[in-house]
Design a protein around this ligand. Structure first.
Ligand code: SAJ
Length: 463
């Protein structure tokens, strides 16, 4: 009979983490989570230390827990091990004390999962080339957890995903190694709500929704998260928690799609859409301001709603608003290029052979992230039409997408050398007055020039 010994509830069979079964585990009292949380005798392992995982690692460390960031990216692990941040919203000074005290670590070794009391999964959930969910990261993380499963562990999935993921994909993979949900495994879903560059809301003061696989799972995970987040919002199930996040981001994508279509309609009506939106926004109730733009960037808003529509398609239902918004938002780069073509035509110039300056290529203002940025399609389309393109973006030194690789010009670029300037991303710290004064013609897709006075007639064309 193999000998079992417990080392703080870590079942070990002949030196290896045991694949347990319910009968075996009943001989070992599942840890008293409330007591362990109170005494901070909890080792938290965060899988994925990117823009979501790293702030969580820091908050658990600040709350006095032992925490290890586990990632496959040697650069992140090396930097975090040295107490160096690689995320704009997290300072190295905030990390360093916890690293030097030895409570905050980082590792490339999957075996760390066998020493975890709580595991938080913060891995990417992108779309594949056919715009369907790529679940490979969640599956790989869950597989690793299963291989090192220990009775009593708490597993919380944070990656945005379709309703049913925790119940249909994660839970079975852990039950296959003997986990008993609600008894030896406390499983929950808690959507990440990290808003890059948001100086008001961070991890601690952004309310956190949590749905548990069972009531005991919910209680355990709420108890843990309550140590690092001011407001925890329990919901009835993991499906509900998964759906909350998708509603949040579908709400944004659909409303951005609406306002983009309003911009197209206003142009056909020869009405200034920006004036209309500003005036509508004076309504103190029943209206929420969104603004048109060159398209939908980032790795949340363009992606998350399509996880929901994909799930509903599997249930033979078409999520019409999601698909319509995706059509409109995905078409905005082409619309911008059409407007640029019209603007040049009005000055008897073709796109082919024109020198075009793109101002701002990041997916939104004041960030350096290029993921899904509409600038990628705008530049690609203009390149295909034969334009000679340059760009300036203080946050993005190099643009390299598809067939185009460009280095950013400096902020004091002389726009008079170009036939057309297109403002694609409206970074705050930019001299738009000088840009407009020097440009022959400006297409402003973000109303970045709204505060300028005495603009020469016809100089600026707005979306
Ligand atoms: N955009 C518009 N018009 C708008 C708002 C946004 O065209 O009125 C564009 C942006 O330029 C960008 C894209 O949509 O290309 C997404 O912008 P976003 O403001 O939604 O920013 P994200 O992608 O950083 O979204 C995150 C999300 N946070 C999480 O998923 C945890 C989102 O839920 C937040 O609401 C959003 O930040 C935020 O409020 O800034």
């Amino acid at each position: 009979m193999a000998n079992f010994k417990t080392n703080d509830l870590r079942l070990v069979r002949n030196g290896m983490p045991a694949a347990t079964d319910a009968a075996t585990v009943t001989r070992f009292k599942v840890m008293d989570w409330a007591e362990k949380i109170r005494s901070r005798d909890v080792h938290v392992v965060v899988i994925g230390i990117g823009y979501v995982g790293l702030p969580l690692v820091l908050e658990f460390a600040k709350a006095g827990f032992r925490v290890t960031g586990y990632d496959k990216d040697p650069r992140k692990v090396e930097k975090l091990s040295r107490g160096e941040s690689y995320i704009e919203d997290i300072s190295s000074d905030s990390l360093r004390p916890h690293v030097s005290e030895g409570r905050l670590k980082a590792t490339l070794e999957e075996s760390v999962l066998a020493t975890a009391d709580a595991i938080v999964v913060c891995v990417p959930t992108p779309l594949n080339k056919t715009k369907e969910p790529d679940m490979s990261y969640i599956a790989a993380a869950t597989d690793a957890i299963a291989r090192h499963f220990q009775p009593g562990q708490c597993v919380i999935l944070e990656s945005t995903t379709y309703p049913g993921t925790t119940k249909e994909l994660v839970a079975p993979m852990l039950e296959r190694v003997g986990a008993v949900i609600g008894e030896t495994l406390f499983l929950a879903f808690s959507p990440e709500r990290v808003d890059p560059a948001n100086e008001t809301y961070g991890t601690r003061n952004t309310p956190k929704v949590i749905g548990g696989a069972t009531p005991k799972c919910l209680d355990t995970c709420v108890a843990l998260y309550s140590q690092i987040i001011d407001t925890v919002v329990p919901v009835s199930s993991t499906d509900a928690a998964e759906m909350v996040k998708l509603l949040e981001n579908t709400f944004r994508a659909v409303n951005i799609g609406l306002v983009n279509e309003v911009a197209i309609m206003c142009h056909k009506l020869n009405i200034d859409v920006w004036e209309i939106i500003d005036a509508a926004a004076t309504k103190p109730f029943g209206f929420m301001k969104f603004t048109p733009g060159p398209g939908l960037g980032g790795h949340c808003i363009p992606v998350d709603p399509l996880y929901l529509s994909w799930k509903l398609r599997a249930l033979k239902y078409t999520a019409q608003f999601i698909e319509l918004a995706d059509d409109i938002n995905s078409n905005m780069p082409s619309y911008v290029v059409q407007r640029a073509t019209d603007a040049l035509n009005a000055h008897s110039r073709s796109v082919r052979g024109s020198k075009i300056l793109i101002v701002g290529v990041a997916y939104k203002r004041d960030v350096s992230d290029m993921r899904e940025s509409p600038a990628i399609d705008v530049i690609e389309l203009l390149h295909q039409k034969g334009a000679e393109i340059a760009f300036v973006d203080p946050f993005v030194p190099v643009f390299s997408e598809g067939t185009v690789t460009l280095n950013s010009l400096t902020k004091d670029v002389d726009a008079s050398e170009f036939d057309l300037t297109i403002i694609v991303t409206d970074h705050t710290d930019f001299d738009y007055e000088r840009l407009v004064r020097q440009s022959k013609l400006v297409l402003d897709t973000r109303n970045a020039t709204r505060k300028l006075k005495d603009i020469p007639a016809g100089r600026v064309v707005k979306l």
